[in-house]
Design a protein around this ligand. Structure first.
Ligand code: ASP
Length: 301
């Protein structure tokens, strides 16, 4: 928590970020922190801050969320997102949407104005239309870099370097506002060349995201099928609940992922007192948070 009494941490995925991509990651993380801080410093809610911070990352083609996401096996972008309110334990989640530029906004709309917690595909897009959220053309989410990578994958050379060095690159944010309310969110294009309709951990409550006012709030990234096995976000919150420090909860959750699934990933969290923490077992993770003195710490350096 900083001197203004709020906390914010954001991530742009845990992956083998090549040196050439570090500057773009840092700039995206910095802009996301700025957007979230603007909300929080004006007395806005943690939910508003999480949404604002994630929108910036979805609109940045550096990351695997919103425009610039990986293409699935059929050459289409299918997006997943979730946002969760720690006070009410209510979440809004959307999955496998193809015509939504900012799925985190749709997830937020679902959180606020539906009794449901999760909608997929055509149903989620129908909800968007009925809620006044514009649909885009699916082609607007596809960029040349990812189309080229997809074409090379189809030729049988499924290598991560064709994806600008990344196989993953989900985004997320966790905030605690000046009234002490916590929220978390996660948004992703999922894994490259995924089977159409595949949904990973990201939009699943407890897996890619969890928030409970009694303990803390978490957003995850990494190999979705592995994160689901250990329900990583809920596992981290439960560690906080039983008295682990923010740093210990983050580290132990990623260790659990590695030990039980031999897989890789990372997470960011904020405990109920407002302490941020992050951990990952990939070569690098793009993330940043607001320091106690109000400055931004942005990684990797
Ligand atoms: N967890 C995401 C998924 O499996 C990918 C990532 O975090 O990079 O869809």
């Amino acid at each position: 928590m900083n001197s203004e009494n709020f906390s914010l941490i954001v991530h742009g995925g845990a992956w083998s970020i090549p040196d050439a991509a570090v500057a773009d990651c840092r700039s995206g993380i910095h802009s996301s922190l700025e957007a979230g801080r603007k909300v929080l410093s004006h007395g806005g809610s943690a939910l508003d801050a999480v949404e604002a911070a994630i929108v910036v990352l979805e609109e940045d083609i550096t990351f695997d969320a919103g425009i610039g996401s990986h293409l699935n096996r059929d050459g289409r972008v299918q997006l997943d997102a979730i946002i969760m309110d720690a006070v009410t334990l209510k979440a809004g989640a959307v999955a496998a949407v193809e015509r939504i530029k900012n799925p985190i906004r749709l997830a937020r709309k679902l959180l606020e104005s539906s009794s449901h917690m999760m909608l997929t595909g055509a149903g989620a897009e129908l909800f968007a239309q009925e809620s006044g959220i514009p649909l885009c053309d699916p082609s607007e989410l596809i960029i040349e870099r990812e189309r080229t990578a997809w074409l090379r994958c189809r030729e049988g050379n499924h290598e991560s370097e064709f994806h600008f060095g990344h196989r993953h690159g989900t985004v997320g944010a966790v905030a605690r506002d000046s009234r002490g309310r916590l929220a978390a969110g996660t948004s992703t294009g999922g894994t490259c060349c995924k089977f159409p309709g595949r949904i990973g951990d990201s939009p699943l409550i407890g897996c890619g995201c969890y928030a409970d006012a009694d303990a803390g709030a978490v957003s995850c990234t990494g190999h979705g099928e592995a994160i689901m096995k250990v329900v990583m976000a809920k596992s981290a919150v439960d560690l906080l609940r039983t008295g682990a420090s923010a740093a210990a909860a983050a580290t132990e959750s990623v260790q659990l992922l590695a030990r039980r699934t031999q897989s890789t990933g990372g997470l960011i969290l904020i405990d109920r007192e407002g302490h941020p923490a992050a951990w990952f077992n990939t070569p690098r993770m793009a993330y940043g948070y607001i320091e106690v003195d109000g400055s931004f710490r942005v990684l990797p350096e």
